[in-house]
Design a protein around this ligand. Sequence first.
Ligand SMILES: [Zn+2]
Length: 433
Amino acid sequence: MSMALVAGNQAEADPPKGAGLKGALAAAPDTLKTPFETSNGVTWTTQPQAKKFLRDLDAASDRVRVQNIGRTNQQRPIQLVAVGAPTPPSQLLASQGSVVMFTCSVHGDEKSGREAGMQLARDLAFTTDPSLTRFLRRTTVLLVNPNPDGWVADTRGNADGVDVNRDYMKLATPEGRAVTKTIRDWKPDVLNDLHEYGPREFYHTDLLHLWSRNRNVDPVVHDLAKEMSAKYSSALVTSLGYSSGVYGHLVKDGEPFRQVAGDGQARILRNYAGLVNVVGMLSETANQPLDDAEEADASLLNRRRVEVNYSSAVGSVQMGLENRDLLERETAAAAQRNTEAGRSGDGVVYFGGQDDMLPTSSSEVEPKPMCGYQLTAETFAQVRRALALHGIASKRSGDGRYVSLGQPTRGLIPLLFDSRSQYKIADGTPVAC
Ligand SMILES: [Zn+2]
């Protein structure tokens, strides 16, 4: 093979990197604009305007399909946007292939995530960039705003005041149920959860990012999540001239000195994703001005908020684009590893600590794991719906049900049922191997 041919093949095979990928997306025709874009960041898109935007987008592009995946307590539809080329595949076909998922503004008063999500869906729908259209032929992109009631009310929680991003174990909210059902049925390989935070002293970068920290997450899935968070999303954002840091770390003169958030609790989507073998991360952009220019011009501040979340999301697209086969292979292998370890009582089960911090109390760790949990019939009736949404199987055992750890969610099950778990959803009795 001649050198010229090798070089030519490489040029064709290499997707545009980071900022180049973002540039390719930005070059997409944007005849369909959000009200936020039309106002140049002066006004945010309202929830009814977003419904119209998605309806228009669905009508204008074969690549986009919008469907309802639930209904809020105030009866608003929870809409899932699927993007693929030439058309998005069915849920069943997509789940057998590569899927990149975004949850946008689960906290209703954190406005930039959903604006970024709408723009990204539009740019993917209309891009003519060859590497991106090839990507969309092999990978389905999913975007969901899970909390339309919080959007309308401008509240963090849903209509009942519940923080949906603390509900991913119990699944008491229709919003949490819609997201977990989507994860169970579409089997994303990658997930990026878009948020905003309030900046303060020692904590004021354009982006804060974080991966799954829960210690029960499969180590390969954990490492891939950390790689996406630091080497793709954060790297892309900083390549555009923005600042970035690790979510939860107070930093002075470049040195982190205290952790104030971002632990390993499984009821948060960033951690939950890892426990169901999805390579997951969190993106947060500062919701207040970070310099004099943003202080003087709210539209500049607003555009930065959207731009940073959009760019972090493009980082996840790049992760999916460059590592599709690896992601599919390793998320499947993690499910297999968990099933085998759970069946034989291998490894350790953690109830505390985080990826870079061992538990400090013996009640936070079980070095001789149980093989399952026995639930009474009454308990099972209470958690039956949640178990189904988590994709957790059980079988009849005596008067109740037995939940084996020998399944892909091996790391989540003890957190749902063990008396040592801070956020357990019910009491189960550990059954020794
Ligand atoms: Zn948030």
